[in-house]
Design a protein around this ligand. Sequence first.
Ligand SMILES: [Zn+2]
Length: 224
Amino acid sequence: MRIQDGVYWYKEKGFLDANTYVIKDEITLLIDPGLENYLGLRLEEMREGGIDARDIDLITLTHLHPDHCDATAALKDISGAKIALPSSQLEYLDIMTEEASRFIGIGNAKKFEVDLVLEESLNLGNTELRILHTPGHSPESICFYASDKKILICGDLVFEKSVGRTDLPFGNEEELKSSINTVSALDTELLLPGHGAIIEGCSNVKRNYEFVREFYLKHPHSRL
Ligand SMILES: [Zn+2]
């Protein structure tokens, strides 16, 4: 589904899947391919909206949990796209995919070769994405921020009326709080999380940060 010029959202398809985002520019980037079981459905949905798998130039990940990255290897095969990850994710590539998959109980995520290392920003042509290190939900979690479009793709850091869990391997509640504080200072019109609904409009995004600050960050131990 097209949500803005050149920006597409493919909603999670079911259990243990994640939202996928595509930014179509001179370089077409896909963020979080999701669970491999749903890849066929996702590609079909993309095709209906005019994007073929072979149009994808780059695949990247918000973090290395299997619900976000399981289909990475398969999508690379189908699309011929290159995989670009930040160095923080390269460090955790093996341990995180194994530990998190075991914890979640779906077996090891498929291994894939990384082609490029993401630095502080990624230029897609007319869109410049800043890569923000936002640990907490997991240590290698990143967000993508397009300041001209005021878009934040935030993985499992923050959701509509909720925040990322920190009980998965290497999760850290204090880091999650601090990462949410960092991103909440960004001027954001479109908040695109890894699960659930997207949030549109500056005031709705702001209200959502206020809500999670009140209900999750001030009294984290009241969370059940
Ligand atoms: Zn996750």
